[in-house]
Design a protein around this ligand. Structure first.
Ligand code: B4P
Length: 190
């Protein structure tokens, strides 16, 4: 089980759990959100372009995101496995990832879907806003990000479900409990 995705609405715990899975399985976690935020901080051309979309809670255009992921997946540290956190988020990104993997004769082993209801997600993200002040964590922008997830990313999960590789995990409850649920479904999927 070495090539995986973690998918879920904003606030479902993707980033939190990706770090733990990466440590337990010894695979590299790649968060497109983290890469964008690092570029915004360093004020690179990519960061300047991404910032306007991120602040509004919109997806960064597929052409930009796809180019970035294609380049990241050519690095030597991911050749034996990876966990992609927050990518793909659109059908065009699914097609791009299919193409990247096919070109190196690789395939995905699992797609982990984290679930939580919208009210829980809003309250978590407002909590994070109070702590670390992310510019996309205001209530209005959070609601917009959730709508975008329902509109554009649920079809991504459905597409992978057709391929029979989705493992669904309830993201509600203490972080440690969610991690144990994830490890249990991954074990069952092997
Ligand atoms: P992300 O960084 O992926 O932001 P996110 O969806 O909010 O997830 P994150 O990983 O930060 O939060 P998590 O659920 O772990 O993306 C940010 C932006 O980048 C996007 O809006 C978009 O603009 C752009 N972007 C990224 N990828 C893109 C793509 N592929 N295409 C286009 N644009 C893209 O956790 C949230 C909070 O919940 C944390 O504070 C955490 O402590 C808390 N939490 C976690 N688990 C919990 C639990 N069990 N109980 C209580 N709280 C919990």
């Amino acid at each position: 089980m070495t090539r995986m995705l973690i998918v879920g609405p904003p606030g479902s715990g993707k980033g939190t759990q990706a770090a733990r899975i990466s440590e337990r399985l010894g695979i590299v976690a790649i968060s497109t959100g983290d890469i964008f935020r690092a570029n915004v901080k360093a004020e690179t051309p990519l960061g300047v372009e991404a910032k306007q979309y991120m602040d509004a809670g919109d997806y960064v255009p597929d052409s930009v995101t796809n180019r970035m992921v294609r380049s990241r997946l050519q690095e030597p540290d991911v050749q034996d496995g990876f966990l992609l956190d927050g990518y793909p988020r659109t059908i065009a990104q699914v097609e791009e990832l299919d193409d990247i993997l096919a070109s190196t004769d690789q395939q995905l082993d699992a797609v982990l879907q984290l679930t939580a209801d919208d009210d829980e997600l809003v309250s978590r993200l407002l909590g994070r806003a109070a702590e670390d002040g992310r510019t996309d964590d205001t209530e209005e922008v959070i609601r917009h990000r959730l709508n975008l997830y329902h509109e554009k990313t649920e079809v991504v999960v459905a597409k992978y479900a057709e391929r029979g590789i989705v493992a669904k995990v309830d993201g509600i409850g203490p972080v440690d409990d969610v991690t144990e649920r994830i490890m249990a479904v991954l074990k069952d999927a092997q």
